[in-house]
Design a protein around this ligand. Structure first.
Ligand code: CP
Ligand code: NVA
Length: 302
């Protein structure tokens, strides 16, 4: 059974297959060519955290593929009243064809995959955001044509986005550099893997990471679940902002990506955000197409 829990489970070839399928599905949607690969199939979507893009793009994606999606809030599910994830998984696996889950611990996503008997998709955990990075890779390829030879620089918190970008970038053959303050580095095992498998750098110097970059990426300084640390983090991350100085260090034609939601004048200035809005909203749109590719790959055979 194939799941989509983290990018490290996928080879370069498999990711390219997903990206090619995503491009094809985007073309079909733009040209109003029906593509009902998942007629009669139902996706359950469990959200333990807020979402705009993930929720809407998965729901619309299932609809466009001829299937249906159920939004399952923990406030309404018995899981919110303590029913174990193992039991929830075994019940949902009897009704649904696939589950998308956004939650805190990666272990919960893995338990769902182990017990449900149906494909499980990680819609964000504290550890990883693989759906976002598949859309990011699709956007980079659309704008830059290829991956090899590109430098991807992530500026900010070594969080779920950083972890998945490192794996996605290295797998596709990009040079990846991360700039973050001490104490906020990405996952140690992810960094060790990246050093072993490609050209990876983690530094406290924004200038070093951004130097000659083709793609600049940032994310919020306080992720969902870290709201209490927001003030402390604002102090720690001062200086880790994508602004005009950082743009000047990167290549003149560097693109800027942000998974959104964005906090202007924190991790990115309003000026840089607006100058690169076309890329950033292509990226948001591509969540739809990339996730439809994941859904077709995982659910069509199920
Ligand atoms: N980027 C992203 O996952 O957005 P949402 O939190 O709105 O789903
Ligand atoms: N790092 C952010 C990403 C939001 C899409 C968070 O986890 O809140």
């Amino acid at each position: 059974m194939k799941h989509f829990l983290k990018l490290a489970d996928y080879s370069e070839k498999e990711l390219l297959e997903l990206l090619n399928l995503a491009d094809q599905l985007k073309f079909e949607q733009k040209h109003h060519i029906p593509h009902p690969h998942l007629a009669g199939k139902t996706l359950g979507m469990i959200f333990q955290k807020s979402s705009t893009r993930t929720r809407v793009s998965f729901e619309v994606g299932m609809y466009q593929l001829g299937g249906a999606a159920l939004f399952l809030s923990p406030r309404d599910l018995q899981i919110g009243r303590g029913e174990p994830v193992q039991d929830t998984a075994r019940v949902l696996g009897r009704y649904l064809d696939g589950i998308m889950i956004r939650t805190f611990d990666q272990s919960e996503v893995e338990a769902l995959a182990e017990y449900s008997g149906i494909p499980v998709i990680n819609g964000l955990t504290d550890y990883a955001h693989p759906c976002q990075v598949l859309a990011d890779l699709m956007t980079i390829r659309e704008h830059k044509g290829a991956f090899k030879g590109l430098k991807l620089a992530f500026i900010g918190d070594g969080n779920n986005m950083a972890n998945s970008l490192i794996v996605g970038g290295i797998t596709m053959g990009m040079q990846v550099a991360v700039a973050c303050p001490g104490g906020y580095q990405p996952d140690a095992a992810v960094m060790a893997w990246a050093r072993e498998h490609g050209d990876f750098l983690c530094t406290e110097s924004v200038a070093e990471a951004a130097g000659n970059a083709d793609v600049l990426y940032t994310d919020v300084w306080a992720s969902m679940g870290q709201e209490d640390e927001a003030e402390k983090r604002r102090a720690a991350f001062a200086g880790y902002q994508i602004n005009a100085d950082v743009m000047a260090a990167a290549k003149p034609d560097a693109m800027v990506l942000h998974c959104l939601p964005a906090h202007r004048e924190e991790e990115i200035t309003a000026a840089v955000f607006e100058a690169h809005a076309a890329e950033i909203f292509d990226e948001a749109e591509n969540r739809l197409h990339a996730q439809k590719a994941i859904l077709v790959k995982l659910l069509k055979q199920a």
